[in-house]
Design a binder for this molecule. Structure first.
Ligand code: GLY
Ligand code: MN
Ligand code: MN
Length: 448
């Protein structure tokens, strides 16, 4: 793993919290992710399973966590199963966790090799009244691929048809929504690495630079900080910013264009999700700035409005009403558009067609139901945008906010966001570049 070791008390506390929500005499199982195949014999790098990490800190493929909090065998209340390393594995894949290492990372005392799993699992199944199995229940998950967890569920139902099965995912979703101190520290670290990436990019952006080169500057900053991209970065200049999931990042940035950057780092599996929109030549036009400031006002109001007890629906509606007002001021909507809007389709949706924000944590669109009112400990993104293809630009701003009993806390408050501050930063860097170039050419003349 690239990151510093995470205090195992995080994982022990998470297991304890989960154990309190399980029915008596039950067993719960969580599997690692598969290594995802691509073409020929290639696979993507391992993507740790978020639930397994949350409960154990284990990121290694093929691992299995068994929890049976009331088992009569005290040493079986928490068991981790991992691959048994062998010489071939060492030669081709490198180091694999020893049982001691897995125990240190997770705080779990009982660690077995995978070959012990079938016998122990059968015995635990026979002594349990209910079995909690896990599946990806994210509301927008849409993959057709069967996961390792799906295969495990299918196999279990076949081999133990008389058991009472329950869904683990809703319990985990409720827990994962509320972030603990250690999780917030890791998220703050992801934010600070992301901030460094943005500050680096402010130094490089200029007319003619390709979107791909800008992505590379983020990669440089993230990888040197032992982090990864939390999601496919969106580096979208000009009207590309109006494509909400733009990912090709391959166009030259033109003088006069705006550049939308939706890029976040992931550190120790915890994500940041940040968006800034900046002028390619270092200065916003009057019109661009007017639209920018409208989006900024909606974001600021959204941050202030992210308070305990509010529902996601009301929060979003407040932002949509606010955006309607801003669009009237900008001349993009007429009063009649607002009079004719329906509750299901606000007038602003023509230019602001996505949600105001989502939960953030181990996953970028993190798990957890948004139907219940906001609670202290939730981290939300606040990300209004206006996309105006007829004017050739789109603007989105996105900050990450922690809900507390004392009110919202902006985890991304240090990332420059005022239009003037962005202009100043970019101007300073452009001035520095010009003076370096001037000094270099004077030196060349003197030595000639
Ligand atoms: N970066 C994905 C999102 O903003 O939701
Ligand atoms: Mn984003
Ligand atoms: Mn987001």
């Amino acid at each position: 793993m690239r990151h510093q070791p995470v205090d195992s008390s995080l994982f022990s506390a998470n297991r304890k919290r989960l154990a309190c929500t399980l029915e008596p005499q039950s067993v719960a199982v969580v599997n690692a992710n598969d290594l995802l195949p691509v073409n020929a014999d290639a696979t993507l790098p391992m993507q740790p399973n978020s639930d397994l990490f949350y409960l154990s800190g284990i990121e290694q493929e093929e691992s299995i966590l068994l929890l049976a909090p009331n088992s009569a065998h005290e040493t079986w209340r928490e068991i981790l199963f991992i691959r048994e390393p062998n010489e071939l594995m060492r030669i081709w894949e490198g180091h694999k966790l020893s049982r001691d290492e897995a125990s240190r990372i997770s705080g779990i005392k009982t660690v077995h090799w995978l070959s012990d799993f079938p016998a122990i699992f059968r015995q635990l199944m026979h002594e349990s009244n209910q079995v909690y199995l896990n599946q990806n229940e994210h509301g927008r998950a849409s993959s057709e691929m069967e996961t390792r967890e799906d295969r495990f569920v299918r196999d279990c139902l076949k081999r133990f048809p008389l058991q009472q099965y329950k869904r683990l995912a809703p319990l985990l979703h409720r827990l994962r929504l509320v972030k603990s101190e250690i999780e917030l520290e890791l998220m703050q670290k992801a934010v600070s690495i992301t901030n460094a990436g943005f500050k680096r990019v402010f130094r490089y952006v200029r007319p003619g630079i390709n979107e791909a080169e800008i992505e590379a500057e983020f990669a440089h900053e993230f990888i040197r900080s032992h982090a990864y991209f939390a999601y496919s970065p969106i580096v979208a200049s000009g009207s590309n910013a109006c494509i909400l999931h733009y990912q090709t990042n391959d166009r030259p940035c033109r003088d006069g264009d705006l550049l939308l950057l939706d890029v976040g780092a992931k550190y120790a599996n915890y994500s940041a999700d940040l968006t800034r929109t900046i002028p390619v030549n270092g200065r916003f036009t009057r019109r661009q700035k007017a639209v920018y400031n409208a989006v900024l006002r909606v974001m600021r109001a959204g941050i202030e409005g992210a308070v305990k007890g509010k529902t996601h629906r009301d929060w979003t509606r407040e932002a949509q009403e606010h955006m309607n007002e801003e669009l009237l001021e900008l001349g993009l909507l007429k009063p009649r558009d607002i009079r004719n809007q329906t509750p299901g389709s606000f007038a602003c949706r023509k230019y602001f067609m996505h949600g105001l924000g989502h939960a953030l944590g181990l996953d970028v669109h993190d798990v957890g139901s948004m139907a219940q009112p906001f609670e202290a400990g939730w981290v939300l993104t606040v990300e209004p945008g206006l996309y105006i293809p007829e004017e050739g630009f789109g603007i989105r701003l996105e900050n990450n906010v922690l809900i507390t009993t004392e009110g919202p806390k902006d985890l991304t408050a240090d990332v420059p966001v005022e239009a003037e501050e962005i202009e100043e930063r970019m101007a300073k860097n452009l001035r520095r570049k010009i003076s370096i170039r001037r000094n270099a050419s004077q030196k060349t003349k003197r030595s000639a």
